[in-house]
Ligand binder design. Sequence first.
Ligand code: MN
Length: 743
Amino acid sequence: MMRQYELVERVHQYKPDVNEALLNKAYVYAMQKHGKQTRANGDPYISHPLEVAAILTEMRLDEATIAVALLHDTIEDTTATRDEIDELFGEDIGTLVEGLTKISKLDLVSKRAKQAENLRKLLLAISDDVRVLLVKLADRLHNMRTLSFVPPEKRARIAEETMDIYAPLAGRMGMQDMRDELEELSFQHLNADAYETVTQRLLELSEKNSGLIRKIEIELEALFEEQGLSATVTGRQKKPYSVFKKMQSKSLSFEQLSDIYGFRIIVNSIDDCYRALGIVHTRWSVVPGRFKDYISTPKQNDYRSIHTTIIGPSRQRVELQIRTVRMHEIAEYGVAAHAVYKDDDGSDSGILPQDSNAYSWLRRTIEQLSIGDNPEEFLEHTKLELFHDQVFCFTPKGQLIALPRGATPIDFAYAVHTDIGDTCVGTKINGRIMPLVTQLSNGDEVEIIRSGVQVPPPAWEEIVVTGKARAAIRRATRAAVRKQYSGLGYRILERSFNRAGKSFSRDQLGPVLHRLGFKEVEDAIAAVGRGELASKDVMIAIHPDHQHDRVPVKQSTSDEGWFNLRSAAGMIFRIPGRSKASKSRRDKKAANAADALPIRGAGSDVSVSFGAAGAVPGDRIIGIMEPGKGITIYPIQSPMLTKYDDEPDRWIDVRWDMDEAGSKRFHSRISMNAINEPGTLAEVAQTIAASDSNIRTLTMVRVADDFTEMNVDLEVWDLKHLNKLVTSLKALSCISTVARLYE
Ligand code: MN
């Protein structure tokens, strides 16, 4: 356990003129207040504030921050009050301790709306003074390090909150080490199985490659020395969570992950960074696409380094980060690096943490709080921003637009203005026309090409990464779809009223809305368009005495009605009537075109089939969308279509992709009345065969004294062919009527 005198000694090391009295006073006060309280592991409570303070000494923070760390749980957990702390330690420290007390009460993994509100409070609290955030993160880090002592049912919530909020926040503030450790610790608790597996594999690997890291370090250092460059090289094996994350994001197996090793090369100046880069690139081959220069273009959180991957010593793929001492400090401590106590070497740029890029991100985010009124949208927005690195792009006028990594020109357009997003139809990136799905890179100049009439396609929702763009697309899509449906609904109502000899207007709906269960006229009309409200129900509501004249759907032929021609008692009679020639012609074509039907308008990815009564080229046809089945084609005359009268959005406009006979036969159905006399059936069958049609089935539907009704399922080339056959059948003396059947 950390002792008070050790703590003071640590601060003393980086700040010789430390105000020891302040640290001691804070320690004594906290110890008295926490008294006999203990931690979950049985340690005296004071060990926790001491450890939190110790974490902050690693970042070389001033004594006020260290004192706040010692006091951070007093107001919340003891009889201490803000007034008392103000009086003893001054208002500055009092404000900070109170800020931490407020944060500790926020539940950041509760229901979404609540969570958004709490996240907002958290950001507001830390935006006042960066030290609140630093102490809070150190507090959370120590709590995560000792999480295994906490009852299991509480662990998941704390780990989740850490993974979702605090780790990304630390990363966003540039505190890489803090973020890594928070993530690794949360990962252990949130996904214990994955943690176990990855850790085990890393262990096996480090045993197999024992000494490899040191070997590469030595080889790199020797190379730099040879070239007269002073550099410190430190290698490390990647941590379980970072390996796991990479496996997930790139869907790689552990074996496929080749860059398990990372090396840092720390040099004295920016010039030396590029020299070091030149040296390694000259000596070893470079893995393409892995070079990134964050020195010339720093990350939004002030991170600077050169990244490259080489096939290094021992043919091992090695990731290198090249940076100066100062860059390294910022990479490790982020926003805290600016708060670091500085001795008089004056090497620092002297920016205050409040002025750092990372901190100005925080301020911008908070500004958006006042613009956005929807807490959920804010949450989505902020969370996404927390999780992503950023890219910086420019408008043609030079305005800087910061976007999360992975952002597209569509995100860019929405970031500039919602109207620009809504009317965006194309983009030029750095002067060249590019697809709208292009991922933007740092420094891109993005020009948005707009159109006056445009509704953002709903599919964009899947492409964009910013919450703002997603919310705007959703809104615009909803409005457009609604407009479409209400237009469609209006036409349906108009038509169905006309059919009934009545006329329809919007005003008629008003008085009957309540009966239909709607509050707004437009809602009811849109519901008709969507097929949720039947036009006949609207008709009945407005004209209660109107008899809705349904198109009589013919009774489908029941089993009892079917007769077998051969047995005379009755079942289906099948004629194997295909001639050899036509069969082979048919099969050849089928082999060519598989199941492809010559239907235009259905789209190639949808499966298309025909209704039971078939359809032939030349028929006017309609496609009906059947969920889970595809499109079923019916001739326009088919009574089956009345079933879908009230669902016009299922109707698909389709056409034959051929005018006349192709090389495939199509199915259709006819009905005949034949005079009962010997030889009739033979005559019919012969006529059909002579016309180059096939009979699939022939059914005797009704047998009376004088007449027999026959239904024949045929295969013909097209409508012309069918009509010709019908004419020949009519010409037979034994046939009284012939008609096409559409169901
Ligand atoms: Mn605490």
